[in-house]
Design a protein around this ligand. Structure first.
Ligand code: NAD
Length: 499
């Protein structure tokens, strides 16, 4: 059986311990490979390699670091088809979605190519007699990223491209469910001219994560995953003095106003709710309709649109979405659908029990649609992370804004309207980190930054953009005086407040 090993110091390294994870093919339910789980010795090997490589990498001038990023970008583009198929085979998302996963990560690699400009500091000439002050951004040292299963290309690229471009070295601990793509990215980084030890991949579960959080050599950790684990990682990392950014789960709402272009809204939301089997942190699993007429029309059209979706294996070019990632997750999503029924919501489309001929073992769930979901329900409060759309009926915009604002998660939100004033008001009032106006999945472009609020994000600084530059570097400020210049002679340096 195919074995997926760690990638340390530019080499594939087999695990030393007996612990391994099974990698499934979600289309068939079969085990297709195994991945080594790191023990402390393997993690230490990666830390040592990253620590040894870091001083020289940080001393490499930023233009040369950028050239590696440019080359990496080209290599990923050249290999995009192979990468997308590999990604789909372990994740289950359709190949077109895997291309999207790769593309959105690639855009951050592209942004990181601007590192010479991005890392320039600040300078004040003549802050005092003969005194200049300048600030520079310096690398932190050894850094790490811990990533979820649902974007095995995009999220690792968000993290390592920014960190490495800034002169750090990096240890990536990807999801154990689909670990092969991250290893391919590390191989391509070497092919792009990246020095050994700069990008390392260590596989594993809680033990590897705990090791990263405890390691004194690791200065900063970025985490993306579910909220309870994000909170755990944040608390433990900060307790050990690390810089931490930890993104968690989500339950994004889409508000449909009475004046929305209904045809467009339904088209957008059907993709945002069911695309990638709903396994996106920026999916839109809650539709809030404002007014009875809007609600009735939306539900009728959405039921038709969802019924027309094709669920298929990830290589089927006509499939809108593929299987969910695992049997455990399939059971969880189906359990939440049952709970929704028990809680009294109206199940208009039931996707449970879907089997595909020839792929009976695959983890498929058909599109499911609930109407009349209420804020007090557990299925409203919790993240379902499957192809399930819940419709909540509101009477007014004020009531609709309260729903995402008061929800435990605050990742993304969208409003569908033709009223600029209502949209503007909504964007400024809503208690959520990323807002779309007639945009169903408002993932910001790479030169802005990504981050949710409340239980969707713990710690400071967003992912990528200038926020990424700040997270992955530390500022040093130098105040310099050259006696004799500017005719100040040996005049004493006086701090203004002391004069
Ligand atoms: P997860 O929390 O199960 O796993 C994330 C990472 O944590 C993995 O690398 C995993 O190995 C590790 N991990 C798992 N259990 C752990 C434990 N007990 N202690 C320490 N580490 C542990 O998440 P997932 O199922 O892989 O991904 C889906 C979740 O990620 C969803 O909740 C989704 O909303 C969230 N997500 C959030 C964002 C965002 O940017 N906010 C983006 C993508 C996914």
């Amino acid at each position: 059986m195919r074995q997926v090993h760690h990638f340390i110091n530019g080499q594939h390294v087999a695990g030393t311990g007996a612990r391994k994870g099974d990698i499934y093919n979600p289309n068939t339910g079969e085990i297709q490979a195994q991945v080594d789980f790191a023990d402390d010795a393997i993690l230490q090997q990666a830390i040592d390699a990253a620590a040894a490589a870091q001083p020289a990498w940080a001393a490499t001038n930023p233009q040369r670091r950028a050239r590696v990023m440019f080359k990496l970008k080209h290599l990923i583009e050249e290999n995009a088809d192979e990468l997308a198929h590999l990604l789909s085979s372990e994740h289950g998302k359709v190949v077109a979605d895997s291309h999207g996963d790769i593309q959105r990560g690639l855009e951050v690699v592209e942004f990181a190519c601007g590192v010479p400009h991005l890392s320039k500091g600040e300078y004040t000439n003549a802050a005092g007699p003969g005194i200049d002050v300048f600030s520079m951004r310096q690398a932190l040292g050894v850094t790490a990223g811990i990533t979820p299963f649902n974007f095995p290309a995009m999220i690792p690229m968000w993290m390592f491209s920014m960190s490495i471009a800034m002169g750090n070295t990096f240890i990536l601990k990807p999801s154990e469910k689909d670990p092969s793509l991250p290893v391919r990215l590390a191989e391509l980084f070497m092919e792009a001219g990246g020095p050994a030890g700069v990008l390392n991949v260590v596989h594993g579960d809680k033990q590897a994560v705990d090791g990263i959080l405890a390691a004194p050599e690791i200065r900063a950790v970025s985490f993306v995953g579910s909220s309870d684990i994000a909170h755990y990682v944040y608390m433990n990392g900060t307790a050990n003095g690390k810089r931490m950014q930890c993104m968690g789960g989500a339950k994004n709402h889409g508000i449909i106003m009475p004046d929305a272009n209904m045809e467009q809204a339904v088209k957008d939301i059907v993709g945002a709710a069911y695309g990638s089997a709903g396994e996106r942190c920026m999916a839109l699993p809650v539709a809030v309709t404002v007014g009875k007429k809007t609600g009735d029309e939306f539900v009728e059209r959405m039921a038709d649109a969802a019924r027309a979706l094709k669920v298929g294996v990830s290589t089927d070019p006509e499939a809108h979405y593929g299987p969910v990632v695992s049997e455990v997750h399939k059971n969880k999503v189906e359990g939440m659908i049952q709970l929704g029924v028990d809680e009294g919501a109206d199940l208009l489309l039931d996707g449970r029990g879907l089997t595909l001929q020839g792929n009976e073992g695959g983890y498929f769930i058909g599109p499911s649609l609930f109407d009349n979901v209420k804020p007090g329900m557990k299925t409203y409060h919790e993240e379902i992370f499957g192809p399930v759309l819940q419709v909540v009926r509101a009477e007014s915009l004020e009531e609709a804004v309260q729903l995402p604002s008061q929800h435990q998660y605050g990742n993304g939100v969208a409003i569908f309207t033709q009223n600029g004033q209502a949209a503007r008001e909504f964007a400024s009032q809503v208690n959520v980190g990323m807002v779309g106006i007639n945009v169903p999945i408002p993932v910001p472009v790479s030169y802005h930054s990504f981050g949710g609020w409340k239980r969707s994000g713990f710690g400071d600084h967003n992912q990528y953009g200038m926020e990424g530059v700040r997270f992955w570097s530390q500022v040093k400020t130098v105040t310099q005086r050259w006696p004799g210049s500017e005719n100040v002679g040996d005049q004493a340096f006086i701090i203004p407040t002391m004069s």
